[in-house]
Design a protein around this ligand. Structure first.
Ligand code: COA
Length: 338
């Protein structure tokens, strides 16, 4: 490895704590067999999913974000009042406005924090992460909470077998702080948008173009629309491109990585990307069987899995990558410093 640590304007930033949350209720593949014409075998073979968690009625994404944030701050031993900024990646906010970040600020009692939401489909966490990291690297802030969460089951049509098997609900939060002497933390990001992919994956109803009406409800415009094969092809191609780019331009190969923490949309997409990087499957984190696709929640939830499985340790080089609605794609290279 010839890792050349890219200089940053300002100071280096790192992840200093992690907290995650999934709601207790679960929908299994067997439950879905009773709702649509599908089978446990088809879902497992084509996606890798066995079950997914579902947010209870009366709660919103902000509740999952708040719980993940509380756990993250507790892991660091930090009071909510010390948080300076909250950045939330989500496409399933509690409501059109106010931003989820504002709701979370109030729920956790982070009185001194400002914040905002990032809408980038399943790339929401990696996009929000770069925003949070740059706020710390620039010297503008020293304690930034970056949260990724989606309540996809709220937007899922449980009569559409092509989408209802895929999605789950969950949240994860990381704290970004300045790196200490000798620490490297974040090394590089590669992010891309291809807006021409918008028609392949979207939720059309309830925005300014198609405000909510009886017609938008009748036409099922408040559910996730997805051209699965088109999204699959984009994700396989783009995940490989952004991950190879971020590794190559930093003198790193798949063999140098402690682990690869991918967005969890489909096990076949993760495997294709890992193969392209020449990664040992043992060091590729997969937890899609338990959670399904939680969009912006997948990467922090997979960080937790990596730690639980003993595959993510202080000093490891870690690659994160995601692709999703927009189309969007992103990758991050960092050294784990916890
Ligand atoms: C959705 C996805 C799992 C479908 O898998 P696929 O192998 O591409 O399957 P296809 O869509 O080509 O469908 C193949 C057949 O399975 C059927 N099928 C689709 N969903 C099914 C289900 N839940 N159970 C059983 N059969 C199903 C289709 O109707 C089709 O039948 P046909 O050949 O008779 O028309 C896959 O395309 C995918 O993962 N896409 C990306 C999803 C994603 O990442 N989304 C989030 C953004 S990050």
């Amino acid at each position: 490895m010839t890792l050349t640590v890219r200089p940053v304007v300002g100071r280096r930033a790192k992840i200093s704590a992690l907290g995650t949350y999934v709601p207790p209720d679960v929908i299994t593949n067997q439950d879905l067999e009773k709702l649509v014409d599908t089978s446990d075998q088809w879902i497992r073979e084509r996606t890798g999913i066995r079950e997914r968690h579902v947010l209870a009625k009366g709660l919103g994404v902000s509740d999952m974000c708040a719980e993940a944030a509380r756990r993250c701050l507790a892991a660091r031993g930090m009071e909510p009042g010390e948080v300076e900024v909250i950045v939330v990646g989500t496409v399933t906010p509690d409501m059109m406005f106010p931003a989820t970040a504002c709701l979370v600020q109030d729920k956790i009692g982070a009185r001194g924090a400002w914040g905002f939401d990032v809408s980038a489909g399943c790339s929401g966490f990696v996009f929000a992460l770069q925003a949070g990291v740059k706020l710390v690297e620039s010297g503008a802030h020293a304690r930034v909470l970056v949260i990724g969460s989606d309540a996809n089951t709220r937007m899922t049509d449980y009569t559409d077998r092509a989408t209802c098997v895929l999605f789950g609900d969950g949240a994860g939060a990381v704290l970004i702080e300045p790196a200490a002497e000798g620490e490297i933390g974040f090394i590089d990001f590669v992010h891309e948008v291809d807006g021409s992919g918008g028609p392949a994956l979207n939720l059309k109803g309830g925005g300014s173009l198609n405000p909510s009406s009886h017609e938008t409800v009748d036409r099922k415009m408040h559910y996730i629309y997805q051209d699965g094969p088109a999204v699959f092809k984009f994700a396989v191609r783009k995940m490989a491109e952004v991950t190879v780019k971020v590794l190559e331009r930093n003198g790193v190969t798949g063999a140098d990585l402690g682990c690869f923490i991918s967005h969890q949309a489909n096990k076949r997409i993760i495997t294709a990307t890992a193969d392209r990087l020449g990664m040992d499957p043992e060091r590729v984190i997969v937890n899609i069987e338990k959670y399904g696709n939680t969009s912006s929640g997948t990467i922090p939830l997979a960080m937790e899995t990596a730690i639980e499985e003993g595959k993510l340790k202080k000093g490891d080089l870690v690659l994160l990558a995601a692709a999703g609605a927009g189309f969007t794609a992103g990758a991050a290279l960092l050294r784990w410093e916890i």
